[in-house]
Design a binder for this molecule. Sequence first.
Ligand code: TRP
Ligand code: ZN
Length: 868
Amino acid sequence: MADVRMTAENPQNPTHQEIRRLDYRPPDWLVPEVELDFDLDPESTTVRARLHVRRNGDHDRPLRLDGDGLTPVTVKVDGMDAQWQLDGAALVVVVPAGEAVVETEVRIDPAANTQLMGLYASGGMLCTQCEAEGFRRITFFPDRPDVLSKYRVRMAADRQRFPVLLTNGNPLRSGEAEGGRHWAEWEDPFLKPCYLFALVAGDLKANSDSFTTMSGRKVALNIWVREADLPRTAHAMAALKASMRWDEEVYGREYDLDLFNIVAVSDFNMGAMENKGLNIFNTAYILADPDTATDADFDNIARVVAHEYFHNWSGNRVTCRDWFQLSLKEGFTVFRDQGFSADMGSAAVQRIDDVKVLRAAQFPEDQGPLAHPVRPDGYLEISNFYTATIYNKGAELIRMLRTVLGADKFRAGTDLYFERHDGEVATCDDFVRALEDASGVDLSAFKIWYGQAGTPLVGARLDHDLASGRATLHLTQTVKPTPGQPVKAPMPIPLRTALIGADSGAQIGEEQLIIFDRPEQSIAFDDVRERPLLSINRGFSAPVVMAVDRDGDALERLAQSDTDPFARYEAMQELMLQLLIAGSRGEPTDSAPLIRAMAETLKSNSLDPALKADAIMLPTEAVIGDRMEQVDPDAIHAARESLRADLAIALRTDLLALHAASAPGGSDLSPEAKGARKLRNGALSYLAAADSADGARRAKQQFDSADNMTARQGALAVLVSLDSEEREQALGSFYTRFEAEPLVIDKWFALQAMAQRPETLDDVERLARHPAFTIANPNRLRALVGTFSANQWAFHAAGGRGYRFLADMILAVDKLNPQMAARFIPQLGRWRRFDEQRQALMRAQLERIVGTPGLSKDAFEQASKSLG
Ligand code: TRP
Ligand code: ZN
C-alpha cells in the first residue's frame, strides 16, 4: 500500500529553513498515550511505537510524524497496513478517523550515533538525550513540546551486559527472556513532552538513599554509576536531598513520584538533563572526591543537581509551549539554582559568581553577530539557542521581576503560575501574567526584556551642592543595535542605589530602588550633608554595563566601605578596569588607590576569605577587551601582567603571609575551608607574578604537598604559565598519577590550553595529537579546544594560526557531532571587535567553514550569522 517513498537524504533539499516564533500553530494531532517497546542492542535496536492519536480541531490534514534518519519497517493504522509516505525525514500517515492507534517499527544503531542525540552508546551503556529534538532519532513522533503524552515503556536487553534497565516513572513488571535476555516494563503517570523521555540500559550500581517529602511521602533516590565510581557520589546525593528540601521551603514544591533516578554518563553534550524521574548527567557534574575534584567542581555539582531537580516543576510539570519559550524553563530554573547556591553558601560570593558568568559568556553574545533576545524570534537549529542569553540573562530577567515585586509577591506569583499551568504548556507571557495577577502589579513595561536584545549601557553622574544639601543623579541609557533590531527602545532598568559619605564612609539615608525607564532621567536626593559617593546597581540589580563617573579615590573609598558587599567588589573591579584599560592604551596610570584598597581588603576582618579572593582577582583579559573600543590582545595581556606584578611587589608581605597560612585539610568542605583555599591560590598566583623563579618553587611545593585537587590544580594553574623545570615535572607527575581518571585528565588538557605563554598554541596543537585526546568526547574536546579558544592572548596571537586550528577542529567535529562543532563558532564570530588584520583572518576561517560541502545546519547557522 505504502509506496510513495521519497529519498530521505536529498542533499539539494533545503532543510536550512528558518523557524519563526510568530508562525506558531497548535498541533494538528495530539498523542494522549504512547506505548514504546525497545529491543535493545548496541548495533541494532528495534523500536516499536503505538501512538494513540487524536485529531486536534476541525481539519483534514494527515498525521505528520517527525523523524531523523529513520526508515519505517512497518506503519499500521488501527492494525491495518497504512497509507504513508516520507516527506523529507518526516513520516506522513493518512488517518481517516478522528482517533486511531498508529503503530510504527524502526531499527536504529546506537553504537554509530556520534551526535549523542537520541539513543546512543557511552562507556558500554545505552542512554538517551532527547531535548530538544532527539526523540525523532528514536521513533517517529510529533517532536514538539506542546504534545503531551502518557508513556508506557517496555525494554528488553542482554542481562549480562545491561543488568539495569531504567526509564521515566515507576517500574511495573520485569522478567527473564530467552537467549540470556531480560525485560522490564515501566509507566510514567505524568503527561510529558517527548523531549523529557529517557531510557538507560547498563551495568550500573546505585548509591541509594531516600527522602521524605513535606507531606510525608518517602521517595527512593538512586544515583547510578559504574561500580568503581560509587565512592564519588556522596556529594551529589547530599546536594539532591538539599535541593528537594529547598524547593519545598522556598517555592512550596514537592516531588511527585515515588522514585527519583540519576544516571551519570561520560559522553554528554551538555551538563545534564531533567528527564522526568530519570535525570541523566555528565559524569563531570556527579563524581567528586577531594583528591580528584576542586572546590569549584563540588559547587558546580550541587548547582547542576539542584538545577535539574528544580526542572521537575519549572520545566516538567509546567513545560514550554514551543522552543521560543525556552527561557521560561531555563531562565527561571537558573534563577532558582542561583537562589539555592546563595542559601547553601555565601550569598555575596554567589552573586559575584553569577555576574562573572554573565559577563564572561553573555555580554559578548549580546554585543556580537549572534545576539538574540531572551525570547528569540527565529532559528534554523534550536540546539544553537541553549545560550547564555536564554539561561543567564533569562535568570537576570526573573531576578529583576522579583526585585520589583519583592519576595512575597514574587512567591505568590510563582505559586499561581505553577497552579494555573500544572500539567500544561506555557509561554513567557503566561509567566509574567501569573506574577501580575497574583501581585496586582503591572509588569507590562518589563516584557521588553524578553524581546529586545543587547546590553544597555547606563551612564551615571552624581552632582552635589553642599549648601542646599541636594544631590542629583543624572542617568542616561543606550542600547546598541543588534542583528534584526536596528532601533532600540528604552528599557525599564531597576537600579538599587545608595549614597555613601566620602568622608564618613557611612551610608546616607535608605537604599532606593530606581526604575530607570527613559533615555535620560535626573533624580534628586535631599538632606545630603557630606560629599556623597554613588553606589549604584547594587547587588547587580540589572544586567547592564554601568559607566559611572567616579575617580580612583572614590572607588577606593567604596571598595572599603560600601554597605553592599557586591558593590564593594564592583568598586574594586572598576578600579582595576580603569587602570587596565588606560594601561592597554599606553596611558600613564596611578595604581596607588588600588594598592591601598587591596591592602585594606586583605587585612579586613569583616570579609570572609572567599569574598577577599574574589575581590583581589583581576578581571580576565576577555572582560577587559569587552570594555574597550577595539580589543588589542597583546596590549591587554601586557598591561594586565604588568599590573599583576606591581600589585604583587607592593603587597608582597601580605601575600606571603596569606600563602604561608596553614591550609585546611582537603576533606574539609566547609565554606571557610573553601574560602581559605581560594585565597591561598590567589595569593600564590600573585606571588609568581612578582618573581617567577620564586613563584615556581612555591607552586611546586604546594603541588607536591597538596592533599586535595583545589590546592594541586591551583599550583599547576600557576606553573603552566612559567617556563621552569617545575612546570614539566608537575605536568608529568599529574598525568601519570591520574591517567585512569578521565575527568582529571580533562583538567590536564585544560590547564595547558589556559597557559599564558607564547608556546601555548604549539602545545595545544601537540596535545590535539596526544593519544588521550579525542574529539568524540565532549568533555575532552571542551577541555582542550574550548579552553584554548577562550584564552584571548593565545587564541588571538598575530598570524591567525589559532583561528585556523579552531576551524580545523570545528570542521572535524562537525562530521561527528554538529551540536558540539557549532558551539565553538562564536569565538570566531567576535571578529568585529579586533583590528583589520585579525578581522580578515577570522572571517577567512568563517568563510571556509560556511563553504564546506556537507556542513551541518548547526554549524551553518552559527558561521553564516557570524559573517553578518
Ligand atoms: N535542559 C538541559 C538543562 O538542564 C539542557 C540540555 C541537556 C540540552 N542536554 C542537552 C539541550 C542537549 C540541548 C541538547 O539545561
Ligand atoms: Zn536547564
